[in-house]
Design a protein around this ligand. Structure first.
Ligand code: ASP
Length: 345
């Protein structure tokens, strides 16, 4: 008889477990044990569920790399004991945390599913129950005794996405996330369907490595018409800066003014890594496609291709933390490490 999967539910905070403060009307975190009492249906699932909560659950606006390490350690410490992990997280920064986890867990062979909700679990019209129940079902899904999913995913409103391809696009709709450059890898309807060709192949025979040395001496610099030399200079000359995600226009285009290129060149000379990503919601960077990106390519700016800003930031922190040799950094970044960009793996 097949073994019943064991799932670990990790509560980090977010709307899913919040209640309304009757005095202020604002949403605040409440006791996680009560969260489970709101969903007796969980007992009907064909798995066993253990749960653990961050000591102080947080609104995900307060997430930082310290919390990422804590979450990764909870999973690492319980990796052998459980078959799958479901992380309950605020939706605001879920794509950042989930992208970071995808880089932090190398040779993952079990599912880590992030989910949350737009309405608290106690709310009459909540989206939390479906998101939570289906995430647990996904984390427990097995085929021939092996997990169907062996990567970091994000499940929200009937869609299962590769986590490092997602971005939050709506603060109102239940369909809060999208994966602009990679199709959903699963969908929940009458049946729970997986898009098997898109799912990452498990690395069962390789040893799990958890990479926790993240370097957050980075910045996202979103350019805009009228951006001043003073602003760009003060950002690129920030003390200790190691990496920049440069959010450019369209397919990677930026101002060609001399002062702008000069400041980028000076930063590159100092060893600061600069990654070009697009401000557009879909598509990616093709440096050299327009005259306004040729110079960026020439001076050694890294192409982020079709990576999301969230994933680019997480990848930058991860690779900087790994102390990759300066001359190999560009190649590493432009290579798909966890299926985060559309290039040959
Ligand atoms: N502010 C909340 C958070 O990100 C929103 C949510 O949970 O959806 O923690």
């Amino acid at each position: 008889m097949a073994k019943i999967p064991r799932i670990l539910l990790i509560y980090t905070g977010g709307t899913i477990g919040m209640v309304k403060d009757f005095k202020t009307g604002a949403l605040r975190n409440f006791n996680f044990d009560k969260l489970l009492k709101h969903i007796p249906e969980l007992h009907q699932l064909n798995c066993t569920i253990d749960s653990v909560s961050l000591e102080n659950p947080i609104d995900s606006s307060n997430m930082n790399i310290g919390n990422w390490v804590i979450i990764s350690e909870i999973i690492e410490d319980n990796y052998k004991k459980f078959d799958g992990f479901v992380v309950l997280h605020g939706s605001d920064t879920m794509s950042y945390t989930a992208s970071a986890m995808s880089f932090m867990f190398e040779n993952l062979s079990k599912p880590i599913i992030f989910t949350g909700s737009q309405l608290p679990i106690g709310d009459l019209r909540t989206d939390a129950k479906e998101n939570l129940i289906t995430s647990i079902e996904i984390a427990s899904a097995q085929e021939n005794g092996n997990p169907v999913i062996s990567e970091v995913c994000l499940y929200f409103e009937y869609k299962l996405y590769r986590a490092n391809r997602t971005t939050k696009v709506n603060a109102e709709h239940f369909e809060a996330f999208t994966s602009p450059n990679f199709p959903p890898i699963g969908e929940s309807g009458v049946h729970l369907k997986f898009n098997k060709q898109l799912i990452h192949k498990s690395t069962l025979n390789k040893q799990l490595k958890v990479r926790k040395e993240l370097n957050n001496n980075v910045v996202i610099l979103k350019i805009f018409p009228g951006i001043t030399k003073t602003v760009v200079k003060s950002i690129l000359c920030s003390k200790g800066l190691k990496g920049v995600i440069l959010e450019t226009y369209g397919s990677g285009n930026a101002p060609t003014e001399n002062w702008f290129i000069y400041l980028l060149e000076e930063a590159l000379k100092k060893g600061i890594q600069i990654v070009n990503v697009t401000q557009c919601i879909g598509g990616g960077v093709i440096m050299g496609h327009y005259e306004t990106s040729i110079t960026l390519e020439k001076i050694g700016v890294i192409s982020g291709n079709d990576i999301t800003t969230e994933s680019a930031l997480a990848k930058l922190m991860y690779l900087l933390g790994e102390n990759i040799e300066k001359n190999k950094f560009k190649t590493f970044f432009e290579t798909s490490l966890r299926g985060e960009i559309s290039v040959a793996e």
